[in-house]
Design a protein around this ligand. Structure first.
Ligand code: FPP
Length: 247
């Protein structure tokens, strides 16, 4: 489903053999980006949505298999009502406006987290996007909405118990919201904070972490290429030794 050939990927300065299968991004810094420019925070979120378009497209084109984005954490519910309303409006707008292009690119959209908290219009826009793209075989785009990693783990454990299955690593992995995307290879956090913030706690066990001061609205394709090259240069041992055949 990817658009670029190996040589085209190399032309971006990337190694096609070292593209992470699963990238997770904490898109932080929208508010500060706006404040730096004397703009309302809403303008930062809007600019953040624009940045998102380029990143999703590029990940899809270079053959990343899964991209998981932190759009709204359970903690974000503590933000002022007005900002939550703005974020909800942007979500509806985003899903309605982008869905055709994402679908044309075979992107499969899935929301992770507890959607039931959102107003019906958000739920409907997200649900429509999921239904429309459910059979697509390209980039798996997981959008975390009202998501928390601990809650996801508790939920997975409950499901395993309900099904009478043994509580082991395999079972728990199977009942995670991101079960079909597997472990995260590269987690990126923009905006300068060095935190994980309850995102994909289980899935990042062996992830390479990449932190940048760049605020999310300024995270362009070139910034992503920097992160991908940083990832490509890391030696991944998964707890083993370099010589024992670990990737
Ligand atoms: C963090 O910036 C960003 C968020 C809480 C929301 C991220 C949302 C988007 C990029 C847009 C909506 C998403 C989709 C999928 C359409 P912040 O407000 O915490 O920034 P700050 O730390 O500078 O205040």
């Amino acid at each position: 489903m990817r658009k670029y050939t190996d040589s085209e990927i190399r032309a971006f300065g990337l190694n096609p053999e070292r593209i992470p299968k699963h990238i997770a991004i904490v898109m932080d810094g929208n508010g500060r980006w706006a404040t730096d420019r004397g703009l309302p925070r809403a303008a930062g979120h809007r600019a953040g949505v624009n940045a998102l378009r380029e990143i999703i497209r590029f990940c899809s084109d270079i053959g990343v298999e899964s991209l998981t984005l932190y759009a709204f954490s359970t903690e974000n519910r503590r933000r002022p009502k007005e900002e939550i309303g703005i974020l909800c409006g942007l979500l509806i707008e985003y899903f309605n406006r982008e869905i055709d292009e994402l679908h044309a690119n075979a992107v499969r959209i899935k929301s992770i987290g507890d959607l039931s908290w959102f107003p019906p219009a958000v739920r409907e826009a997200v649900q429509n996007a999921m239904t429309k793209t459910a059979e697509n075989a390209g980039l798996k785009l997981n959008i975390a909405l009202n998501y928390g990693g601990r809650a996801e783990l508790v939920h997975a454990a409950r499901l395993a118990l309900e099904h009478g299955e043994p509580l082991d690593e395999g079972t728990l992995s199977k009942y995670l919201d991101t079960a079909d995307s597997g472990d995260v290879d590269l987690m990126i956090r923009t905006g300068g904070e060095l935190r994980v913030s309850n995102f994909l706690l289980w899935q990042i066990a062996y992830a390479e972490l990449y932190f940048t001061d760049t605020k999310w609205p300024d995270f362009t394709r070139e910034e992503l290429i920097k992160a991908l090259n940083d990832f490509a240069g890391r030696e991944r041992r998964f707890g083993g030794l370099k010589t024992d055949g670990a990737k």
